[in-house]
Design a protein around this ligand. Structure first.
Ligand code: PMP
Length: 425
């Protein structure tokens, strides 16, 4: 029975029971129309209302300023690895083209192209902070799309850490593309919370701030709406919905409006081809998606509805405190669990460094990682209805994902089990 278990899976993750109960109803009959939500047109007034309400709830929770746009895409978190590159490289190229054209004259296409080729060759750099397997995958996708010479891995957290993820090097050790040479990187990319290794940025990096700050892109798939975010510091925030926000099927992008027309334009497909740079699929094109209010193609409105229900419930629950209310609960659950792990440190070993421990994905080993004993630990947890605790295959051990729908009560039951197991071990 659902009420007998607590699920700590890393994603897809638990959803509030009331949302699922209402979902079962709307799947059959939405607002007494006799039609279910998966059957109605994505262009119907009902669908538009759902889209608006979901957007509004996110804007309220994260206090998203007016000069930001919210987009819904269908490409999961992974789609964000590609769409950030397609869009921001294209915008960077167009900006450089316009600058060169202003210098040499718009009518001399051949000369513009020649100069632009050299600028792309010498100056196009995408900076990646690789702090875990998801930012690593994002950097690999960038390399696949634009080639290794344009990708600057400014940090590889495995270096100086025995080849393993689990810490974030101090900022003075990062080798960001200097902002002076050619205007700096096209963007800097990081993953705010690494789901597999349990590493979370404690705060926004200082070196990405300032008047001449680069465009910053962040993957928040696994810590979306779990803490306050100063949205203005980012050019692009994206994430799949299936952890804190809703079910699998949609990804959310929060985008600085100045990256859209008329302020920013993308390079023409012909120009990108001439420069050997990739032309992205139209469904990834931010300008196209934004212009069409995320309805350029058929959006899964049911998934948008689920996300809206989850977020509206948080808005209702925390009122004016918005996401700060949820942040407090998330922090408290994580604090309780880490406290128990630290209390029995002879038995439990938290995988990442203390200062970068994720509040969302709590990764630890039991008995020094003895596989049989860890199996027994997991079996004991399952007996108590504590499910989904098996660590990712790359890290092993245990991972307790502490997303928003995990209740304080669930976290406390896990803590009791940690205590009980430690005393009997
Ligand atoms: N980024 C992060 C931080 C993730 O945790 C995940 C999925 N676990 C992804 C990206 C990829 O998301 P998707 O499977 O939706 O493509």
């Amino acid at each position: 029975n659902r009420s007998d278990i607590h699920y700590f899976g890393a994603g897809p993750a638990p959803l509030p029971t009331t949302v699922l109960e209402n979902a079962a109803h709307v799947l059959l009959n939405y607002k007494d129309k006799g039609l279910g939500l998966c059957e109605i047109s994505h262009r119907s007034p009902e669908a538009n209302e759902i889209l608006d309400n979901t957007k509004k709830a996110l804007i309220t929770l994260l206090d998203i300023p007016d000069d930001y746009e919210v987009l819904f895409l269908q490409s999961g978190g992974t789609g964000g690895f590609s769409s950030t590159v397609y869009n921001l490289v294209s915008i960077w190229v167009e900006k450089k083209r316009a600058q060169i054209a202003a210098e040499v004259g718009d009518d001399d296409d051949a000369k513009v192209l020649e100069r632009l080729r050299k600028v792309v060759d010498d100056e196009l750099k995408l900076d990646y902070l690789v702090t875990g397997s998801w930012s690593l995958k994002a950097s690999q996708e960038a390399t696949r799309l634009v080639g290794a010479k344009h990708v600057n891995v400014a940090v590889d957290a495995r270096k100086l850490n025995n080849g393993k993820f689990g810490h974030i090097p101090a900022e003075h050790e990062w080798s960001l593309t200097p902002r002076t040479s050619g205007g700096g990187p096209a963007f800097v990319y990081f993953c705010d919370n690494e789901t597999v290794g349990g590493v979370e940025f404690p705060a926004f990096p200082h070196s990405l701030e300032g008047d001449d700050a680069p465009l910053v892109c962040a993957d928040m798939s696994s810590n979306f709406i779990s803490r306050k975010v100063d949205v203005r510091k980012y050019a692009v925030i994206f994430g799949g919905a299936q952890k804190n926000i809703g079910n699998t099927g949609i990804a959310i992008v929060i985008l600085r409006k100045s990256l859209l027309p008329p302020t920013s334009k993308t390079a023409s497909p012909d120009l990108l081809r001439a420069l050997n740079l990739p032309v992205g699929p139209i469904v990834f094109d931010y300008a196209t998606v934004a212009k069409n209010n995320s309805l350029y193609n058929t959006l899964p409105i049911f998934d948008v509805w689920v996300a809206g229900q989850v977020m509206e419930a948080l808005v209702d629950k925390y009122g004016a405190r918005r996401i700060a209310g949820q942040e407090e609960v998330s922090n408290e659950k994580a604090r309780l669990i880490y406290e128990a792990l630290d209390k029995y440190s002879h038995l439990y070993r938290v995988v990442p460094d203390k200062v970068v421990r994720s509040r969302m994905n709590i990764c630890f080993r039991v008995h020094g990682g003895d596989p049989e004993k860890e199996k027994a630990f997991l079996a004991g947890a399952e007996k108590r209805g504590l499910l989904g605790l098996k660590g990712h295959r790359d890290v092993g051990g245990i991972r307790a994902s502490n997303y928003n729908a995990v209740s304080l009560e669930g976290a406390k039951l896990l803590v009791s089990y940690l205590e009980e197991y430690a005393k009997s071990a």
